[in-house]
Design a protein around this ligand. Structure first.
Ligand code: SAH
Length: 358
């Protein structure tokens, strides 16, 4: 089957040799014109995966009210940037704006900015939030108090992988197998001082251990944090991942709601890795902010009042609708569903009080 991303990667490997896993991931997801996110809307029942805002309107509503509470706590600045990184279909922001419409002054003060690279998803976002402004990266978002949401954004950013060998930590790369057609993971033959890049606790791991880092994620966390340190604001990062940096390969591919081989059909499957919240927190703190959490998504949403919101939505609803709302609540908060694997972490200025839910 015709796969322009695979063709591009094959040519690249033929010319340059094996490419680091991070480059493979970045090309598979972001290749201009053909990358996974560039060509399709991956969300929902007909796509490859479903996210919390697509499960229920309650998610975006509560996140919106959390942001509004942060804005009030910080003296309700008259103008602020209401940003979302990787807004998907724009559902979260649309629900957040509806829920906060009654917070006096909030919508008037907030200017919506989306950080998004996918033309297909930008179009979907424009249907739900027509007056948003779009940027490829945070650098281009105007300065000022920054209130930012990122749900399932960091898991899509590239990770570098290193394996501990007798030669030291060697980068995991992607090569072509003997047929020249299929992709396979290989190790770089030499260790290149990679140990310095790894969290100190992991550097002495036993031979065979695999460590992951996401320099791209850390750079963005640092950038968000430094804006908040300078201009005020708050960020809410929700994603699936680990509280502490650890060892192990978490790169995964999902296609049509099922796990797939990450090295098969690049560009046609979603590639993600667990978010290392400890690394994100460390990067943010270095910019001079307070980091709160991470806490489990289930506990976070319950603390924000999701159960009360459920009761409200069910009042006057049909039996079928009530069952649906209960199912959605279970999906977002259940410990065997999204409630435990997903975590919420907040960034605030150093002097701000601990935010709701933390
Ligand atoms: N937050 C949404 C979508 C999650 S999917 C939700 O919860 O439903 C990941 C989103 O991040 C998509 O919108 C994707 O296009 C975007 N994205 C992925 N990599 C990106 C990058 N490097 N820069 C900007 N956006 C990116």
């Amino acid at each position: 089957m015709n796969n322009p991303v695979a063709d591009h990667l094959r040519r690249l490997i033929e010319i340059e040799g094996p490419v680091p896993v991070a480059d493979y991931m970045a090309i598979a997801l972001g290749h201009p014109g053909h990358g996974y996110y560039m060509r399709r809307d991956p969300l929902g029942a007909g796509g490859d995966f479903i996210t919390a805002p697509e499960v229920s309107q309650m998610f975006g509503e509560l996140v919106g009210l959390w942001i509004a509470a942060q804005w009030l706590t910080q003296g309700a600045p008259e103008r602020f940037v209401l940003a979302e990184a990787g807004p998907g279909r724009g559902t979260l922001m649309a629900d957040a704006l509806r829920a906060t419409a009654r917070v006096p002054g909030f919508s008037k003060a907030g200017e919506v900015h989306f950080i998004e690279t996918s033309p297909v998803l930008k179009a979907a976002q424009a249907v739900r939030v027509p007056y948003a402004r779009w940027h490829d990266r945070l650098d281009n978002v105007p300065e000022g108090p920054l209130f930012l949401i990122a749900n399932e954004f960091f898991d899509a950013l590239p990770v570098r992988q290193f394996v501990r060998t007798e030669r030291g930590w060697c980068e995991r790369c992607v090569a072509l197998d003997a047929t020249g057609e299929r992709f396979e993971p290989v190790l770089a033959p030499v260790a290149q001082g990679a140990a310095d890049l790894l969290p100190p606790g992991l550097r002495e791991a036993p031979a065979g251990s695999l460590a992951e880092i996401s320099p791209a994620s850390e750079a963005i966390a640092r950038q968000i944090a430094s804006r908040i340190a300078i201009h005020g604001g708050a960020a809410l990062i929700i994603d699936y991942g680990h509280v502490r940096s650890g060892l192990g390969d978490t790169l995964q591919a999902v296609r049509a709601h099922a796990y797939a081989d990450p090295f098969e059909e690049p560009g046609l499957a979603d590639l993600t890795a667990h978010v290392d919240f400890e690394a994100l927190g460390r990067a943010a703190r270095a910019a001079g902010v307070a980091v709160h959490g991470p806490v489990e998504q289930g506990a976070f949403l319950v603390a924000l009042g999701i159960e009360g919101r459920c009761v409200k939505l069910k009042a006057g609803a049909s039996r079928m609708q009530c069952d649906r709302i209960d199912t959605e609540l279970g999906r977002l908060t259940g410990t065997d569903q999204m409630g435990r694997l997903f975590k919420a972490m907040a960034i605030t200025p150093l002097n701000a009080p601990v935010p709701d839910g933390f």
